[in-house]
Design a protein around this ligand. Structure first.
Ligand code: DAH
Length: 358
């Protein structure tokens, strides 16, 4: 065996034997370092005859390449093995029970949105989204609320500096612009709900400048008022957990629906006590109606072929009613004692199968 071959056998065996990244690096220095064995051999080339210099030089270069490659491959193997060992040692058993002392609560707003989504999701609604900073046209114009319409005043709009492609920038005053965005972006039929934040310049025990709504929209060729009533009666009964909850549709007015209605649920107020269910009193909980044909046309939908219904629910309002929360402002005070009292366990995920909360 030539010197080069012996050296190759020895070095590759050392690479193979190295059991840590440090040992492997030691072999690298020993073979390829400035004072390494291969480097030392290279330095002797000058003393050889031109003939031998060429062949030995080539052999040494090949050796250098092979040893370097073997070290690299081994390094990659070791890094893999190290990562696998690390992953194994950091394994978490997700089936272990939770620690009873752990804290953290789901906010009633999030929980209520989840409940609404699970009830309507079960009925086949998908969830749609839109921006909180809207252009005037999406928030008002397309919804048949022109500039001089009195409904604009009722909305106490926060106007922002700047103008978008579709008018002045506003903080959306309701989730209804998501109806427009949904209809503009796709082709009917539509069956969506859009939960989200809304803003109005208003502040007292039942109003906050930022609050939440869920919008609903159904558009198809044969949708009629019966579908609207069925959907909302079913929704109210499921949400409040009262199977025979009285639900009343009272004629009302919204520019974007025709006809429009407000929905009341039955309740009792006796001796200062308030209870949802049977009784002689009614409580308004949401607005709805058949989508105004003008709104469909504004979104490029042929109103002689399609019709639809829509509804809008105030999340805080229905959360306050169901969970007996008296003051809306407390939702946003980030008071831990309040959250411990009104919040929900992270594992209390509402669903139609597992049950909504009492
Ligand atoms: N956007 C209305 C509001 O904020 C609520 C509403 C009423 C939404 C009727 C609707 C609807 O989709 O059909 O007061």
């Amino acid at each position: 065996m030539s010197d080069t071959e012996t050296l190759k056998t020895d070095l590759l065996a050392e690479v193979e034997a190295a059991s840590t990244l440090q040992e492997l690096d030691d072999v690298r220095v020993k073979a390829l370092g400035k004072k390494g064995l291969i480097t030392a051999q290279m330095k002797t080339l000058g003393k050889l005859s031109p003939q031998d210099r060429k062949s030995t030089g080539q052999a040494l270069n090949m050796l250098k390449g092979e040893v370097a490659k073997a070290i690299e491959a081994k390094q990659a193997d070791m890094a893999d093995a190290e990562l696998n060992a690390k992953l194994l040692s950091e394994k978490v058993d997700v089936t272990l029970p939770t620690r009873p002392e752990s804290e953290g609560y789901i906010h009633p707003i999030s929980q209520t949105i989840e409940e609404v989504v699970s009830i309507l999701g079960e009925m086949g609604f998908g969830v749609a989204e839109g921006p909180e900073i809207e252009d005037d046209w999406y928030n008002f114009g397309a919804l048949n609320i022109p500039d001089d319409h009195p409904a604009r005043q009722e909305h106490d709009t926060f106007y922002l500096p700047g103008t978008g492609e579709h008018g002045r920038k506003v903080l959306r005053t309701h989730t209804s612009p998501v109806q427009i965005r949904t209809m503009m972006a796709g082709k009917p039929p539509f069956r969506v709900i859009a939960p989200g934040r809304t803003y109005r310049c208003d502040y007292d025990a039942t109003h906050s400048p930022m609050f939440h709504q869920v919008e609903g929209l159904v558009v198809d060729k044969t949708v009629h008022m019966g579908h609207l009533k069925g959907t909302l009666i079913e929704f109210c009964r499921a949400y409040f957990g009262v199977e025979d909850l009285p639900v009343r549709f009272r004629p009302s007015y919204f520019p974007f629906t025709e006809p429009s209605a407000e929905v009341d649920i039955g309740c009792t107020r006796e001796g200062g006590e308030f209870k949802i269910g049977h009784g002689d009193s009614w409580l308004e909980i949401l607005g709805c109606g058949m989508v105004n044909p003008k709104v469909l046309e504004n979104c490029g939908i042929d109103s002689t072929e399609y019709q639809g219904f829509a509804f809008g629910v105030g999340i805080e309002r229905i959360a306050m009613l169901k969970y007996g929360i008296p003051d809306l402002r407390t939702f946003y005070e980030s008071d831990l004692r309040w959250l411990r009292h009104y919040g929900f366990s992270a594992l209390d995920v509402p669903s139609m199968v597992g049950g909504l909360n009492p």
